[in-house]
Design a binder for this molecule. Structure first.
Ligand SMILES: Cc1cc2nc3c(=O)[nH]c(=O)nc-3n(C[C@H](O)[C@H](O)[C@H](O)COP(=O)(O)OP(=O)(O)OC[C@H]3O[C@@H](n4cnc5c(N)ncnc54)[C@H](O)[C@@H]3O)c2cc1C
Length: 422
């Protein structure tokens, strides 16, 4: 049976759009099927009160080698290369600077010990100092980075990301999600609100089933999160069990954000940062007046994000306001009002924040990235060997999968002709 398209991309996040951009340049016929009502996935900017707030990815990590920087500049999106707020502690916070320095040092020491642990148990919690005074702080920061407790982090995986990071963290004042959603080439056919329920191999390609019918192509690129892939929302062809197992070894951690609006112009320093409580693993990191806006963004990871997920946004706002009250005084905290809260873990089409390899499972990323029968190709942040957890890693994984699909198509079509030209 003839194919409708050359390639079907499943999922319109950073990876799906990265794949689409690469395929469109090669003139192949591409359709992108996205379950939700919008493009971007975990890249999502929402305009609240005139401020483009990033509910998901926000920082152009490794900005000096991040593909989204070039895409932004080619499309006229401003890129802010100044230091991120977490480099600038908010002045006058009511705590001991020596404590903060000791906590930061304990975290650095933990990261160093991870290298030895990677050679042994590979369980990042084994790098915690037994009874260490700053273990709660180490757990909180590990939660921001990985979304889970150190007991569930592969030290090898953590170190691979850390070694590859260039430490340059840039920003998009119009929003990371705005850029990602605006970057799908117009030649790609887009179907929103079209969840894929089944993927089958056919004699000459693939058949991808949705509620609106079945689409046929020569190949498909699957970019859904590991939570979706390991679940039962999409039926995959027989023989793909090892891919599902690899996805299950790379579960999504929990990371959420709570936004508060500063009601009257209280004396908060723009583009500064505060950490809620150095001795509480559930504490949030606060980005204060990002881009000068009258907004405070609380970032929660691991245990802190679990509480928000289980107790709901009202509890999240209350905890954030109480922590800020302890830091800045209750009169300042009383000027704050709830603005927005995320619930990535509860979204069926996402299911968490970003992937983290379980101890001993760092090679699951390579296992997940392998093509299946030269028809089914896998992309998404979790498949990147070292830039996992990021939007640029997702983009580059899409580009890699697109190259693999193009290679397979060309091998099957010696004339080099495709279904329709872009
Ligand atoms: C709170 C938070 C903060 C973050 N901060 C940063 C940051 O500062 N910098 C950074 O680089 N990264 C950050 N990240 C991570 C980054 O957002 C992700 O790594 C990246 O966006 C993942 O892209 P992806 O394309 O792999 O997956 P996704 O964005 O999850 O895209 C997959 C798409 O598939 C769709 N889908 C699911 N099921 C189906 C189906 N059955 N049929 C069709 N479509 C389906 C989904 O709706 C989704 O749109 C953050 C993430 C979160 C949650």
């Amino acid at each position: 049976m003839a194919s409708d398209f050359d390639v079907i991309i499943v999922g319109g996040g950073a990876a799906g759009i990265g794949a689409a951009r690469n395929l469109a340049r090669s003139g192949v016929g591409v359709i992108l099927l996205e379950a939700s009502l919008r493009l971007g996935g975990r890249a999502f900017t929402q305009d609240l009160g005139g401020y483009p707030l990033d509910l998901g990815c926000e920082w152009l990590h490794s900005g000096d080698r991040n593909a989204w920087v070039d895409i932004a500049e080619a499309s006229g999106f401003p890129v802010d290369r100044t230091d991120p707020p977490w480099a600038k502690a908010h002045p006058g916070i009511a705590w001991d600077e020596d404590d903060e320095e000791a906590a930061r040092k304990a975290f650095g020491d933990w990261e160093e010990r991870l290298r030895a642990v990677a050679q042994g148990s590979d369980r990042a919690s084994d790098a915690l100092e037994p009874g260490g005074e700053w273990n709660a702080y180490v757990r909180a920061i590990a939660g921001f980075m990985s979304g889970v407790a150190p007991e569930r982090i592969s030290a090898t995986d953590y170190v691979a990301y850390d070694d590859a990071s260039t430490g340059q963290n840039w920003n998009l004042p119009l929003g990371y999600g705005t850029l990602v959603a605006a970057s799908l080439p117009p030649s790609v056919v887009l179907r929103l609100a079209t969840p894929v329920g089944r993927i089958e191999l056919t004699a000459d390609g693939v058949a991808v089933s949705t509620r609106a019918g079945t689409v046929r192509a020569k190949a498909t690129i699957l970019t859904v999160s590991t939570a979706v892939l390991a679940g039962d929302a999409i039926r995959l062809p027989p023989g793909t069990e090892p891919w599902r197992d690899a996805a299950a070894a790379l579960p999504l951690g929990r990371n959420e954000k709570v936004f508060l609006e500063i009601g009257r112009d209280a004396a908060f320093e723009p583009d500064s940062h505060a950490y809620g409580n150095l001795r509480d693993a559930r504490s949030a990191a606060y980005s204060i007046r990002p881009n000068g806006w009258p907004v405070i963004e609380a970032f929660l990871g691991g245990e802190g994000a679990r509480i928000l997920e289980e107790e709901g946004p009202a509890a999240g706002f209350a905890r954030a306001t109480a922590e800020l009250g302890a830091l800045f005084g209750s009169d300042v905290a009383s000027t704050l009002r709830p603005f927005a809260a995320t619930s990535w873990s509860r979204m069926a089409s996402i299911g968490g924040a970003y992937s983290c390899a379980l101890p001993g499972q760092s090679n699951a990323r390579a296992r997940l990235a392998r093509p299946f029968e030269d028809r089914l190709f896998f992309a998404g942040e979790a498949t990147h060997p070292f830039d996992f957890t990021t939007a640029h890693g997702a983009h580059d994984s899409g580009r890699r999968a697109a190259n693999e699909a193009l290679g397979a198509l060309r091998a099957r079509l010696p004339t080099g002709r495709f279904v329709r030209s872009a």
